[in-house]
Design a protein around this ligand. Structure first.
Ligand SMILES: Cc1cc2nc3c(=O)[nH]c(=O)nc-3n(C[C@H](O)[C@H](O)[C@H](O)COP(=O)(O)O)c2cc1C
Length: 159
């Protein structure tokens, strides 16, 4: 099974979680690629005006893990723009995760992860799990660990 981890990360937090997921799933024996979505102007707040610079292909993956930061209590505009234009995800399973600064998921993260799940579902993916890492929460390491282990458990069902 080929797993693609496709993320947007502006300051490295989401990337660090993605690297831990990659390590864990690679150790479990899967073929895992980590790819980043980037934009010409990372600070453009309007997804419809964003020009994407790197646009990962999803076709070669059986399983997708999407990660992004919360921006303004929403899914980051760059990830919104990416998921809007991405090809069909029909027949693929997906896991979504977000990172946010605030300590609790109801401070924007829940809304943002809901947007990400809806965007994936609208492209035909079956979203099997979703998680949020609250970066300023003292239990951050445990939250990251929970997402990593959940990814291993879910992908393990299809091994
Ligand atoms: C433009 C912008 C808006 C943000 N808005 C929020 C927000 O609404 N709520 C929140 O908890 N964190 C917010 N953050 C913080 C990021 O979500 C958080 O630091 C995240 O972990 C960054 O991930 P990254 O390092 O992968 O880019 C914002 C950051 C930026 C740059």
């Amino acid at each position: 099974m080929k797993i693609g981890i496709i993320i947007h990360s502006q300051t490295g937090n989401t990337l660090s979680v993605a690297n831990q997921i990659k390590e864990r799933l690679s150790a479990a024996g899967y073929s895992v690629e980590l790819e980043q979505v980037t934009a010409v102007d990372e600070k453009q707040p309007d997804p419809s005006k964003i020009k994407l610079k790197t646009v990962p292909e999803t076709a070669g993956y059986d399983y997708l893990i999407f990660g992004a930061p919360v921006h303004g209590a929403s899914l980051s505009p760059v990830m919104k723009a990416y998921l809007f234009q991405v090809q069909s995800l029909k027949g693929k399973k997906a896991i979504c995760f977000m990172t946010e600064f605030f300590p609790y998921p109801w401070m924007g993260g829940n809304r943002a992860v809901g947007q990400m799940k809806a965007a994936c579902s609208s492209k035909g993916a079956c979203v099997v799990s979703a998680g949020i890492v609250n970066w300023s929460n003292r239990k951050r390491a445990g939250m990251i660990q929970a997402i990593v282990e959940k990814a291993a458990e879910e992908t393990g069902r299809d091994a």
